[in-house]
Structure formats: C-alpha cells, structure tokens
Design a binder for this molecule. Structure first.
Ligand code: KG4
Ligand code: ZN
Length: 350
C-alpha cells in the first residue's frame, strides 16, 4: 500500500510517499522560513501563496524520485486541519484533484494525528501508548488507544510549549524560529544562574502552563538593560530546563495515573516540533525509564512538520477503509480527541 502525503498547514510545504512496510520512498520538505523571517512569525497569506507556488512541483519531484506513477498509489492523504486555513485549502484541493483525476481514495488527515502516529511509522509502536505532543500550537498528554481513539489527559492552560520557546527567544532577541535558536544558546548557558519559576510543579492533574515562566523572563530582561550573550545563554538554559522539568513532572503524573488505571502502555512517545529538543528528549527518557517504559522519540526531522507522517496516517486510515469524500471542508480547528465523533460524521466507512 503506497500513499502520497501532503502537508501545508503551517510554514512547511511537504510531500512524501510512504508504503505499508513503513518505508519512506521519497520526501520533500520546503521551509518558508526565509519568507517569514522579516516579520518575526508566520504570515498566513504569504504561507498560502508560497504553498500554491511550490506544491505541484514538489509532488512531481517526489513521485519521480520514488519512480512512481500516480496509478501505483493506494490513495492520497492531505492535512485537512487544524492549521492556517489558506495553506490547508491549497493542500486539500491539490490532494483531491490528484485523487479525482486518477480515481484514487482521498483521506483528510488531522495534522495532530499525523504527529501522534509518527512513532508507529518510525518504531512500529503498538497501541496503547502515552503521547506527549509538544508543538508550536499544542501541548497535550494523550493516551493513544487506537486509530482515531485519543484520550486527552491534559493540555496547556495558556501557551503551547513551542509557542513559549518562540516568544521567549524573541524576548531574548535570539531570532526566528525561536525553539532551535534558544536551544543553541542554551548549550553554553548555566541553567542555575537565574531562579525562574517552576510551572505547575507538583500540581494535581496533567495540565501545562508556560505564560508565567515567559513573564518571568520578560521581567528579567526588562530589569537588565545591557543584556550580553553570556546572560542570554544563562536565561535560555534556565528557561529550557524549567520547561523540561515541567513536561517531566506532568508526564510522570500521567504515567502513574495510567499504571493505577491498569492501562497496558507499550511505550512513552514524544512528538511535535519541541520533541526535537535534546534536553527535553533526555529528561523524558529518564521519566520513561522510571516507569519501566521505552521512550520513543522520532528523529528530529520527523518531529517537526513533514508529510511522511500524513502519508502514514493515511495508510492507517485506508487499512480500516476510512476515506473522505470530495466534499470534505478544510478545518482551521480540529481537536484530536473529537476523533471518535469524526469517524461518525466526517469519514465514510467503505
Ligand atoms: O510541530 P511543529 O513543526 O509545528 C507545529 O505543528 O506547531 O512545531 C514547531 C514548534 C515551534 O514552536 C518551534 O520553535 C518548536 O517547535 N521547536 C523547538 C525545537 N525545534 C522546533 N523547540 C525547542 N527546541 C527545538 N530544538
Ligand atoms: Zn506540527
């Protein structure tokens, strides 16, 4: 089963061809970073225009590299949301057009489901597993019980983890995108020099909060007129350590909860762009070990936005006969734990 995947929900135009044996036959990820950098963030209109300019060419290149013609495909999967609506429309329209012309099934994939299932593509992880999804728009702890069955334990009360990285990097003047820039600065920093707050540590439940930490950094920066690189590095290191601690605390509680409820977890999985962060990966590896579970963290290039994860989610859906009609409407908002309801309303059982 070979599926073409298309991802256009944010600032990466991505195309991939993946097969049922979990092989990525070819893939392209075109970053729009340079186009958005002057604005310090993603500009939705520029993103949509850029997806439109490049997507057809990337599809042709990817198919050529995989040495495939469209009739060899079992289906076409495109991100159907959540995300910047202009970009999602471009991807969905392109996916539908290819499917219609070649008489192939079309699958609209929830972008978050793509992140959630990546560990099955990379490591063949079995259900159920505990997932920490940490990206620019999301910060959630979920039990992935099966395809389309996501039980959300906790979410962020304010900023997503990646958003907190991006905003804090901006405060420190580290450039854009913030997450990777902040991580590079933190390498030379001393995480113990500044006493930043420890968000949600020891609190009941599994929710996250990062706005207090960000505010503490702002106050620190405002109180320090001559911020030099050494201080930037120390603040970056402290911030990163606090985020890692907070993610670890919440995850540890969730693992304990699953154990008490006798959920037979096979692994602890991290996904989303922030999962590319080495300190966070190391901290969560230790948490998983405490719970006697393997930590599965996809390689960084498959943690950030890509189309292999969309193709793979398409394969999992097609295996169950789940497809979408050409009347599928792109969804700017599409919570993952509404997946069960979605099976009833959005997708048709073939
Ligand atoms: O999953 P993703 O590529 O896009 C979304 O769906 O949001 O995640 C992007 C987010 C951005 O906020 C980015 O700053 C963050 O992931 N990120 C990182 C790192 N690499 C990307 N945050 C911390 N450390 C990193 N190395
Ligand atoms: Zn993403």
């Amino acid at each position: 089963m070979i599926v073409l995947g298309i991802e256009t929900s944010c600032d990466e135009t991505a195309v991939a061809v993946v097969d049922g044996e979990r092989r990525i036959l070819a893939e392209r990820v075109l970053s729009q970073l340079a186009e958005h950098r002057p604005y310090g963030g993603v500009v939705p209109e520029i993103a949509a225009r850029s997806h439109l300019d490049h997507l057809d060419r990337l599809v042709a290149e990817t198919m050529a590299e995989a040495r495939l013609d469209f009739p060899a495909l079992a289906g076409v999967a495109a991100t159907g949301g959540p995300g910047l609506i202009g970009g999602v429309i471009v991807g969905v329209m392109t996916g539908k057009a290819i499917a219609a012309v070649h008489n192939l099934p079309f699958v609209a994939v929830n972008h978050l489901e793509g992140h959630a299932l990546t560990a099955r593509l990379t490591n063949d992880v079995g259900y159920p597993y505990l997932l920490l999804l940490v990206s620019g728009g999301h910060c959630q702890l979920l039990v992935v019980e099966g395809l389309g069955r996501y039980r959300r334990l906790g979410t962020t009360l304010d900023d997503a983890a990646g958003e907190a990285f991006d905003k804090t990097a901006k405060l420190l003047g580290l450039g854009y995108p913030g997450g990777p820039a902040l991580e590079r600065y933190a390498v030379d920093g001393d995480p113990s020099r500044f006493d930043l707050p420890r968000p949600m540590l020891g609190r009941p439940g599994f929710d996250f909060s990062f706005s207090g930490l960000k505010t503490a950094v702002r106050q620190l920066v405002e109180a320090t007129p001559a911020l030099d690189d050494a201080m930037r590095a120390d603040i970056a290191a402290a911030f990163q350590a606090r985020v890692a601690e907070s993610l670890a605390d919440r995850t540890r509680r969730a693992l304990k909860h699953c154990r008490q409820k006798h959920v037979p977890l096979t692994a602890m999985v991290i996904a989303g762009g922030v999962a590319a962060n080495a300190t966070i990966r190391a901290t969560l590896t230790a948490v998983a070990m405490e719970g006697a579970l393997p930590l599965v963290a996809p390689p960084p290039r498959l943690c950030t936005d890509n189309a292999a994860m969309i193709a793979w989610a398409g394969i999992e859906r097609l295996r169950l006969g789940l497809t979408d009609g050409f009347d599928f409407a792109p969804r700017p908002r599409w919570p993952l734990d509404a997946g069960a309801a979605d099976l009833a309303d959005g997708a048709a059982l073939r």
